[in-house]
Ligand binder design. Structure first.
Ligand code: ZN
Length: 563
């Protein structure tokens, strides 16, 4: 028997030399048809048709990563932590390997030549889609897929590290991890810089292009935005708002302070009202849902699976979970309204980046969700839900006073609408210096305190109140913070245009009617995907490019009662 199995082993080894070749698998091609979604329709440029297949598959992979990410945050058993982290980061690397494959480069060149030679065969959506494909390729082509794999892994790990160091108020324990994040992002930014040759061919910077490392991180979150533009908008607004804050505080002193919330607000009841509000603003629950996590809220998802994640409700304060729901709901409306039927998975169907995302979130959360009319709509429903008919803390005027109370604080997440900008400004200066090597982590707590004193007039007493409070740097989001302030500016600008288009908007909010608002947003912004630059979009809607002036007007109207 032993001799027989010895020989059969050798037969097998010999057979290995004659292994059958794999069946020929033809590359998927698109076909043509009159009613076919653009995503699946064959284009006269064969190279572009091939690229559409490639990007559809990359988009599918990205959708799988999103779904795994939601699971990671909300449902996964603790024991799956390491393996799930490995699965997510592996898929992330695979996705980037697929994006920078040599055939993508060849097809892009061929398709771009076709577009130049036969412009009549390209409509505006196809042209925009090709432009976005090229932009994605340029973004990734010089960055090793291993770096993206590490970025994905550290981003999920960062949430856990942040939760632990924040709970322990342990800045020393945070530093090593943050340094690793900074080094990784500097490496990614330098690789991206090397993909873009200087247009003037020298290093003198005379071509006007900002080649600082921070610029490359900023534009990853906000395509088309420059550090110089952020500075211009921030400087302009800062000069005005620093004059206004003392006047707002002075005016506030003369009115009665709001009654704080009292009693117990059952988390299940909070979840119910939050879901009901999402339905009211037009969120589609057949393609999404609302979930809770023990940690920070998370934006994102796909148009077919938009699972909003907020922090677990606090039974002493329903306003926090509601604020978070409205914020994530604004993101959710944007994501669900993207052009999924025609262009699902294609780069042109993506959102316009963090600034426009935040504009949609802040429009719902801060601009509309803090109107007196909104609280007038809400108050009787809250009285019923929390069984507090006539309770002074649940009255519309009191809720409005609570949510518009201005109080300089060390805490960004609980900052009021007026001083919120300064929190962003402080983080913008600090993260830029950290990336550019002008500030070390050893010096960060002091620099943080100094800037807080200068811009907000308060100083954190502990690291947890200071540079440990935000999750952003722990998950590698350098260059994201400016999106909040820019998004706030954009939201105010969009709201002004909305008010021009339907002057009875406030009475609609009072009646809990948001259908006209959400239809308007979907038509003008959400369904446009990445068809045009954010400034072209704003110009179409408002007649002007991004400006801080409408935000200033909004703050003056709401907080100084100037019309
Ligand atoms: Zn947001």
């Amino acid at each position: 028997m032993r001799i027989a199995s010895f020989f059969s082993f050798w037969r097998l080894r010999a057979a290995a030399h004659r292994l059958p070749e794999p069946a020929h698998v033809p590359r998927p091609v698109l076909s043509s048809g009159p009613d076919m979604p653009k995503q699946d329709a064959r284009h006269p440029s064969e190279a572009y048709s091939r690229l559409k297949v490639r990007f559809r598959d990359v988009g599918r992979m990205s959708g799988v990563i999103e779904a795994l990410g939601r699971d990671f945050l909300t449902a996964m058993p603790e024991g799956a932590y390491k393996s799930r982290l490995g699965q997510i980061s592996f898929l992330f690397r695979r996705m980037h390997e697929d994006l920078i494959d040599k055939s993508v480069y060849e097809d892009l060149e061929e398709a771009i030549n076709h577009e130049t030679s036969f412009p009549g065969q390209w409509d505006e959506w196809d042209r925009a889609n090709l432009r976005e494909m090229e932009a994605l390729y340029l973004q990734f082509c010089h960055v090793a897929p291993e770096l993206w794999e590490k970025k994905a892994s550290m981003s999920y790990e960062g949430r856990r590290v942040h939760r632990e160091v924040l709970a322990a108020n342990d800045w020393e324990a945070a530093k090593d991890f943050l340094q690793e994040q900074i080094d990784l992002h500097k490496a990614i930014a330098s690789a991206r810089r090397s993909a873009r040759p200087r247009s003037s061919g020298n290093d003198s910077g005379h071509d006007g292009e900002d080649r600082s490392l921070y610029q490359y991180l900023l534009e990853e979150h906000m395509p088309g935005m420059t550090v110089a533009e952020v500075e211009r908008l921030f400087d302009g607004y800062e000069k005005e708002i620093e004059q206004i804050i003392p006047a707002v505080l002075e005016r506030q002193k003369k009115s009665q302070p709001p009654v704080p919330l009292r009693g117990h607000f059952a988390p299940e009841a909070q979840l119910w009202i939050n879901k009901a509000l999402l339905k009211v603003i037009g969120f589609d629950f057949s393609r999404g849902g609302l979930y809770e996590t023990g940690h920070n809220p998370v934006e994102g998802g796909t148009p077919d699976d938009t699972r909003l994640v907020i922090k677990t409700a606090d039974s002493r304060n329903f306003l926090d979970s509601m604020k978070s729901t409205l914020h994530e709901g604004g993101h959710g409306l944007y994501i669900q309204g993207l052009p999924r039927k025609e262009w699902r998975y294609q780069p042109v169907a993506a959102d316009l980046g963090a600034m426009v995302q935040e504009s949609q979130a802040l429009l719902v959360e801060m601009i509309i969700g803090r109107m007196p009319e909104f609280f007038a709509f809400l108050s009787p429903r809250l009285e019923g839900l929390f069984q507090g008919i006539g309770d002074p803390d649940l009255q519309a005027g009191n809720l409005y006073a609570l949510k518009t109370h201005v109080q300089p604080t060390v805490d960004r997440k609980n900052a009021d609408e007026v001083t919120y900008f300064q929190h962003v400004l402080v983080r913008f200066y600090l993260e830029r210096d950290l990336i550019e090597g002008r500030l070390t982590l050893d010096d960060l707590p002091d620099a943080w305190a100094e800037k807080m004193q200068k811009y907000i007039g308060v100083v954190p007493k502990t690291p947890a109140e200071g540079c440990l409070q935000d999750v952003h740097w722990f998950v590698g989001k350098f260059g994201y913070f400016p999106a909040y302030a820019l998004g706030h500016m954009m939201a105010a600008q969009i709201y002004q245009a909305m008010e021009r288009d339907f002057p009875d908007i406030r009475s609609q909010v009072l009646r809990g009617r948001f259908d006209q608002i959400s239809t308007w947003l979907r038509e003008k912004i959400h369904s446009q995907g990445r068809l045009i630059h954010y400034n072209a979009l704003l110009k179409d809607i408002t007649g002007e490019e991004l400006s801080w002036k409408p935000l200033l007007t909004h703050i003056q109207r709401r907080y100084l009662k100037l019309s």
